[in-house]
Design a protein around this ligand. Structure first.
Ligand code: ARG
Length: 411
């Protein structure tokens, strides 16, 4: 017998899991994290839904059930640091699921300590990234806890889950027949499986819930000004989880943030994933635009490589790694200058930055202008090019030698 904290969504798989762990003689505490799964669009009714999830766990015989509103913690502690790195896995996926798993791991550990539990459990299969992310987080925070992954030990087919649920009085939602596997939080919604498993099949419209299809998008663009204060975005004074929810709604109606990606999982397989991440798409684009205005060329070039590494660490479940900490410190060193405004236009599935301003701007109109008042020293360019090209002069001389006899050609 053991006391186990289970990451519980209230869905079919984790409900079956909860029951099975109880039947095996364990005391199970169901832990449900509110990361704004339904805040993608409206956010209404989420609290009531979560109360139902809690009641369901208790009804199934859980020792206790807790719902933790972790939305602000998610945005401030995970999403914003990732924004500092413009984190996009393989250039396009804003890492919504990947960023949430270390937080879920941390919450499991905290609840385990509260309830004096000796184990935590999750419903991930052996095929995904999420098992890696949750387990590495738990292990980093408390290596003494046992991690149970029952669906990895004994994979549960959909029909078996439904049969088990029927047998044990687990209510089955209509969504049990759902055509996709969906995971969502404020930073994005991921859709996989079903017909999407063929990467040649275009995502059917019913895969999307937060973004409008082209037939129903507004006929006029919207324009918003995102303000950044030391790297932290806001819109009309709204920050944190509320900002992300608001931006999901604003950009979602324009169909912004649909992403279709064949991606490389940690465990070595490629998988086809569809995402919709309206807020992430807009906010990252705006953040990059501000960076281009205030950071030096070298900073931008060097940071781009670091940003890619950051996205890989997050994706690969290495949130707890010291390198991620170091990169956060690196990114924080730029944040002092990341204060300013970015104007973005939202229209026809695209976010377009249309203006940027900051008192830290390195852009200097007097140097850049082709009009009157040009302060750029055109003559200086001549000497610059002569020295800059010196190494090429020597190379050109070598090339003009008899090429056939050239030692460069031998071997
Ligand atoms: N492929 C994405 C990732 O690894 C999304 C995973 C979504 N998780 C899920 N259980 N459906 O980050």
């Amino acid at each position: 017998m053991s006391r186990i904290v289970l990451a519980y969504s209230g869905g079919l798989d984790t409900s079956v899991l909860l029951k099975k762990l109880i039947l095996a003689g364990n005391e199970v505490v169901a832990m449900t994290a509110d990361l704004g799964e339904s805040d993608g669009v409206a956010g209404e009714g989420a609290a009531a839904e979560l109360e139902k999830v809690k009641a369901k766990a208790i009804a199934l015989g859980a020792y206790d059930a807790v719902v933790i509103d972790a939305r602000e913690r998610f945005v401030n502690g995970y999403v914003l640091p990732a924004l500092g790195a413009n984190a996009l896995y393989e250039g396009v996926y804003p890492l919504s699921a990947a960023l949430s798993r270390p937080l879920i791991g941390a919450l499991l550990v905290e609840v385990a300590h509260q309830y004096d539990a000796d184990a935590v459990a999750h419903g991930c299969t052996g095929k995904g990234n999420d098992q890696v992310r949750i387990e590495l987080a738990v292990r980093s925070l408390d290596p003494s806890l046992t991690v149970r992954a029952p669906l990895r030990e004994q994979p549960l087919s959909r029909p078996d889950a439904i049969a088990f649920a029927a047998e044990h009085g687990i209510p089955i939602a209509h969504s049990a027949a759902k055509p996709y596997s969906v995971d969502a939080n404020l930073w994005g919604r991921s859709i996989e499986a079903g017909v999407l498993e063929d990467p040649w099949t275009g995502p059917p419209e019913d895969a999307y819930a937060w973004t409008a299809s082209t037939n129903v998008q507004p006929v006029k663009p919207d324009e918003v000004i995102i303000h950044f204060e030391q790297g932290v975005p806001s819109l009309d004074g709204v920050t944190g989880a509320a900002l992300v929810a608001k931006m999901n709604a604003l950009a979602g109606v324009h169909g912004i943030g649909r992403i279709d990606l064949v991606e490389d999982r940690v465990i070595g397989v490629k998988s086809r994933e569809v995402y919709e991440a309206p807020a992430a798409t807009v906010i990252i684009a705006a953040h990059k635009a501000l960076e281009r205005l205030v950071l030096t060329r070298d900073e931008l070039r060097f940071k781009a490589g670091c940003d890619q590494k950051y996205s890989e660490l997050v994706y690969d479940g290495l949130w707890m790694s010291p390198l991620r900490d170091a990169l956060d410190a690196f990114n924080a060193s730029f944040a002092a200058r990341l204060t300013g405004d970015v104007r973005v236009q939202l229209f026809h599935g695209a976010v377009t930055t249309t203006g940027v301003r900051s008192s830290f701007a390195l852009y200097d109109e007097k140097l850049a202008t082709y009009g009157a008042g040009d302060a750029f020293d055109h003559h200086a360019a001549d000497g610059f090019i002569r020295l800059y090209g010196l190494p090429l002069d020597r190379m050109a001389a070598i090339r003009s030698l008899d090429y056939v006899a050239s030692p460069l050609r031998s071997g």
